[in-house]
Design a protein around this ligand. Structure first.
Ligand code: 3PY
Ligand code: MG
Length: 255
């Protein structure tokens, strides 16, 4: 598939991404071969470091899936590096203000939109473009997702959506439920979180941007699609592995 993730999402296609938290690169290839159209490698809470992401992005390409990665909070320099290493989209957690969003955009967009520094050697290769083509296309063909996962972010959502060069937002419903309840509840599918998420999708789409969300059940995927989210994370590698093993043991009566 040579269509970019950005083009597919801008065409309103629903893209489901696997969530990769385990470091061995071959797991990204296997998830792609299993049929996932995208893989997201998580450096915030997953076991990935820059070396495992470097290998994992290449393995994701080998498995035929779109390449996405999440940085740790505030590590915008890492966002630039991930694009240089071949990520098609970068997700930034805990974007709580327009300033946070602007700093993120600066790191991932070339001038005049941002201040990304030149050196996308592996990235251009994996995007299938010679360097000068990459320079002309990268701002459009690579995506930045600002995570909206606190009441502070929700409060200033419209300001965040107006930051030039920000392509998309991604709802983190675990943190959103935790922060909306001031630490009392961790329930990504509760009413307060759903209500906020639905509004985030509506306002994001109205601003002409892409909405994504982390999903926690089959029903949640259907709900999010209906609400207008198009980039949906569903399937965490560690859980996929342990649940498949557990189901197998159950099926032969030893569990
Ligand atoms: C959240 O739900 O808070 C996330 O960050 C999803 O990974
Ligand atoms: Mg989170």
């Amino acid at each position: 598939n040579t269509t970019t993730l950005a083009a597919r999402l801008r065409a309103d296609e629903v893209i489901v991404t696997a969530w990769s938290g385990l470091a061995p690169a071959i797991l990204c290839e296997l998830l792609g071969r299993a049929g996932y159209p995208a893989i997201t490698l998580d450096m915030q809470h997953g076991q990935h470091d820059i070396a495992s992401v470097r290998e994992g992005l290449a393995s994701t390409a080998l498995g035929g899936a779109h390449r996405v990665a999440r940085i740790p909070v505030g590590e915008n320099a890492t966002a630039s590096r991930l694009l240089d290493l071949g990520a098609e989209a970068v997700i930034a957690p805990m974007i709580n203000s327009a300033d946070d969003a602007r700093a993120f955009v600066d790191a991932i967009k070339y001038p005049p939109v941002g201040a990304r520094s030149w050196g996308p050697h592996r990235g251009a290769m994996l995007m299938g473009r010679p360097p000068m083509d990459y320079l002309r296309c990268a701002n459009d063909e690579t995506l930045g997702f600002a995570m909206i996962e606190t009441p502070e972010a929700f409060e200033v959502l419209d300001e965040i959506l107006q930051v030039p060069g920000l392509d998309a937002v991604f709802v983190g419903p675990a943190d959103l439920s935790l922060t909306l309840s001031n630490g009392a509840e961790l329930d990504p599918e509760n009413d307060a979180t759903r209500k906020a998420a639905a509004e985030i999708a509506t306002r994001t789409r109205a601003a002409g941007k892409i909405a994504g969300k982390f999903c926690t059940s089959v029903e949640d995927v259907a709900w999010a699609t209906e609400a207008g989210f198009r980039f949906l994370a569903y399937g965490v590698d560690m859980l996929l592995f342990t649940e498949a093993a557990s189901d197998l043991l159950t099926s032969i009566g030893t569990h």
